[in-house]
Ligand binder design. Structure first.
Ligand SMILES: Cc1cc2nc3c(=O)[nH]c(=O)nc-3n(C[C@H](O)[C@H](O)[C@H](O)COP(=O)(O)OP(=O)(O)OC[C@H]3O[C@@H](n4cnc5c(N)ncnc54)[C@H](O)[C@@H]3O)c2cc1C
Length: 339
């Protein structure tokens, strides 16, 4: 049982950590070891760290050309290792790179790939049951790959719980060589500039998410939510109805057909609480709902509910946060600790 590990700036990407947790659960049920595969450059320390999340061993392929993800060399490395070792199951995170890699590998290896899974199980024969939303989220599809190996799937981010790190956990680091040269490159790296997202942090990485729904009434009111998010050091997100109304791009959508978020605090502002929305945020640490309708479904899962007009409440919150920030440092620290 293998999981593909992605490093970023010397740390493991959160989706890789979540994948290790789920991989561990499945490997234990199958009674097999769990292996992480980490192609990269100078990643030995990262590989050691990864073991602490629950791996039995990490296969490292170290090469300067693997420092940054590029489709062809990573595909070559993974395909070579899979053909060499024949794992039964290989899991990827459904990040941009994980999706790209999985999609290429299933073609190269002539096996199946279930993308963006939200749940995994095993059937009576030990086959991986790969479960993902289908028909726009109206149903869940159970996908089995019985006739080809490896069974491959990508896992949706923030759906699986990240395991605790145990620095005392022991595991093996195995160095494997795969020949890579400039001829394997599809793109030459001249310069690397980090993409800076408009509108600040990504909702699926932020500790605080300020999410707006159709109750906002007008796209310009997302400006007010952005101001609140900036004051809290968080990110803005939205319901599908706000997205479908063209008020905010799809990449901000939370829910069954959007992204899954697990922030420490999730503000649902002018959001009714449809099940499809809850599917993407109900695992948040604390949920704060602001809605004018006391019967709104969102209050059923909210930890704190504010019944009232968001156009009065949100400006008041912004005002109070500004006042709080203007006060001496000690008070501001109290706000900062919830991040
Ligand atoms: C297959 C499928 C997949 C879907 N996937 C998703 C998904 O991924 N994500 C998602 O979000 N939805 C999804 N939906 C849509 C979902 O069913 C709901 O339609 C949607 O979540 C509703 O968005 P909303 O809460 O913003 O709007 P509404 O349901 O219209 O709610 C607006 C809320 O704002 C409140 N409000 C109005 N004015 C004020 C005010 N002044 N102050 C305070 N509150 C106010 C209202 O009381 C109401 O509760 C999906 C639906 C289907 C069928």
């Amino acid at each position: 049982m293998w999981v593909f590990l992605e490093g970023r700036k010397g740390s493991l990407r959160d989706v890789s950590v979540q994948l290790i947790g789920e991989g561990r659960r499945l490997a234990d049920r199958r009674g097999v070891p769990l292996t992480g595969v980490l192609p990269g450059h100078d990643v030995e320390a990262l590989a050691r760290h990864a073991i602490g999340y629950g791996l039995d061993r990490v296969v490292v392929v170290d090469h300067p050309l693997l420092e940054i993800y590029r489709s062809r060399p990573f595909t070559k490395v993974m395909a070579t290792l899979i053909i060499r070792h024949k794992p039964e199951i290989v899991l990827y995170g459904a990040s941009k790179n994980g999706r790209d890699l999985g999609g290429r590998l299933h073609a190269v290896l002539e096996t199946g790939l279930a993308a963006d899974c939200v749940k995994f199980d095993l059937d009576d024969d030990g086959n991986l049951d790969m479960i993902r939303p289908s028909f726009g989220g109206k149903s869940l599809a159970h996908i089995l790959c019985k006739q080809h190996r490896p069974q491959m799937a990508s896992a949706r981010r923030n759906v699986f719980l990240a395991p605790r790190h145990d620095p005392s956990r022991q595991g093996a680091i195995v160095h494997e060589a795969v020949e890579i040269s400039d001829a394997d490159l599809d793109a030459k790296l001249l310069e690397f500039t980090e993409f800076v997202r408009e509108g600040g942090a990504r909702p699926d990485e932020a500790g605080i998410v300020v999410s707006g729904g159709y109750g906002l009434g007008d796209p310009k009111n997302f400006g007010m939510l952005q101001e609140l998010a900036d004051l809290l050091g968080g990110a803005v997100a939205a319901s599908r109805k706000a997205v479908d109304s063209g008020w905010i791009p799809k990449e901000f959508q939370v829910g069954q057909t959007g992204m899954t978020v697990r922030p420490k605090v999730y503000f649902a502002i002018g959001i009714s609480g449809a099940v499809q929305h809850l599917a993407g945020m109900q695992e948040s640490g604390k949920i704060v709902a602001i809605n004018i309708d006391p019967k709104a479904a969102i209050f059923e899962i909210a930890d704190y509910g504010i019944v009232g007009n968001l156009f009065q409440i949100v400006p008041e919150m912004i005002q109070q946060l500004k006042e709080l920030k203007a006060r001496p440092a000690k008070t501001v620290e109290a706000v900062a600790t919830i991040r």
